[in-house]
Write a protein that binds this ligand. Structure first.
Ligand SMILES: *[C@@H]1O[C@H](CO)[C@@H](O)[C@H](O)[C@H]1NC(C)=O
Ligand SMILES: *[C@@H]1O[C@H](CO)[C@@H](O)[C@H](O)[C@H]1NC(C)=O
Ligand SMILES: *[C@@H]1O[C@H](CO)[C@@H](O)[C@H](O)[C@H]1NC(C)=O
Length: 149
């Protein structure tokens, strides 16, 4: 499913949104939900990785610890925000769903940048990549629905 979603983004979402006829948007709601569910799964998984990293921590890396603590907060909020995004989406509030997805992407970026600011190697680069990407796919579909509403 993950691969399908990525392919979907490559071949569909990166295309000009305006070129897609309304008749082809009928299943977009379902796809948007799937993308958000995958992002939620991935963010939840990331949170467990963060908790494990924090548990495994050894003394002597105070900056990395601070970054991980921030990321813990950011991804915790991200998980809640994704649940909210699905909820408002189901109510037909596509614009709000898009705003929540953007907030989650900002969160993963802030987490990642935290390591950069502290000149620490990020332990969450792949996680940022996946969660960000999945939110981006969902956002693309949501924007498509907004533009055809
Ligand atoms: C999260 O994304 C990664 C890709 O980097 C993927 O391999 C993994 O299966 C995903 N995990 C979940 C729980 O969705
Ligand atoms: C945490 O430590 C355990 C035991 O050393 C190890 O198996 C595991 O991979 C570590 N987890 C992370 C996220 O580094
Ligand atoms: C997070 O991942 C996305 C790709 O999904 C990438 O474009 C972005 O640059 C990454 N953010 C940071 C701060 O590395």
């Amino acid at each position: 499913m993950f691969r399908q979603i990525y392919r979907f983004q490559l071949h569909f979402c990166s295309a000009s949104l305006q070129e897609i006829p309304v008749s082809r948007t009928t299943n977009l709601q379902g796809l948007a939900i799937v993308a958000m569910e995958l992002a939620l799964q991935n963010a939840t998984h990331t949170l467990s990785v963060i908790k494990e990293l924090r548990r495994n921590e050894t003394w002597g890396h105070p900056f990395a610890s601070a970054c991980l603590r921030d990321c813990d907060v950011l991804y915790s909020e991200g998980v809640i925000t994704l649940v909210d995004a699905v909820a408002v989406f189901l109510e037909g509030k596509y614009g709000s769903a898009g705003a929540w997805l953007t907030a989650v992407m900002d969160g993963t970026t802030t987490c990642e940048e935290g390591f950069g600011d502290m000149e620490e190697a990020s332990q969450l680069t792949e996680q940022n990549y996946s969660v960000f990407q999945l939110c981006d796919v969902a956002l693309c579909i949501v924007n498509l629905l907004v533009s055809h509403a």
